[in-house]
Design a binder for this molecule. Structure first.
Ligand SMILES: [Zn+2]
Length: 229
């Protein structure tokens, strides 16, 4: 049986059904709580208040710990009522639904999911400045989780998660590392000039600099098309 944690604000209490957090600075990625309508609404209001938006926290706690929200962020609110009459409110960080090119993004998936969560590939493709193919999704997911020695260095970081969900932070901004993964993936290579993914690259040498003593050889690995052009 899952032991639910209690979330509190002043005299109000609710159960934490699910939670994903990304450190104190960025706070809640996802929080789902259940309880009486008045308690759940009061806690939600405290976490959505101007004070919480400005400072990151506003008197809401789980055990002795403050609950942190991401500053200056309007969370997406999901509300439902359970058959037993309890109110459930979910608060989702907008970075879990919106993908910006060249940025990081969050994924929140059911805990028992297998392989990449459904939205992984399409959001990675939007965010990444490297061309990727849908056939590589499982491989990129697996490698992204493994890449890097410590959890915070990983391209896909597993976030602290409780309850029925698990959260991930996908660092699509680290283009070089993703590029390497793509290159490794199935023996495909990426042209250093045009970023096209190709089977073979050609070593291209250019003499740069003027005068004998300044001359250097610049070596690039480029595609056939760039080599011809
Ligand atoms: Zn090229």
């Amino acid at each position: 049986m899952t032991q639910f944690q209690t979330i509190k604000f002043k005299g109000f209490e609710a159960q934490v059904v699910a939670r994903v957090t990304d450190g104190c600075d960025t706070g809640i990625v996802y929080l789902e709580m259940a309880g009486s309508e008045s308690a759940v609404k009061a806690i939600w209001a405290a976490l959505s208040s101007a004070e919480a938006k400005r400072s990151g926290t506003n008197g809401v706690g789980i055990n002795a710990n403050s609950v942190w929200v991401q500053k200056h962020t309007k969370y997406i609110t999901l509300k439902s009522v359970l058959p037993n009459g309890q109110t459930v409110i979910g608060m989702l960080n907008p970075q879990a639904t919106v993908t910006q090119r060249g940025g990081q993004f969050y994924l929140v998936a059911l805990r028992n999911h297998e392989g990449p969560p459904p939205a992984f590939f399409s959001r990675l493709a939007i965010s990444l400045a490297v061309p990727v193919k849908v056939e590589w999704a499982s491989w990129l997911w697996k490698k992204g989780l493994e890449h890097g020695e410590y959890e915070y260095q990983k391209l896909i970081q597993t976030l602290t998660s409780d309850g029925h969900v698990v959260g991930y932070k996908v660092k699509a901004s680290d283009t070089d590392a993703w590029l390497k993964l793509v290159q490794e993936s199935i023996g495909f290579k990426v042209c250093e000039r045009c970023n096209e993914v190709v089977k073979e690259l050609i070593e291209h040498k250019t003499i740069i600099g003027r005068g004998m003593s300044y001359q250097r050889e610049k070596v690039e690995m480029i595609c056939q098309e760039c080599s011809d052009g």
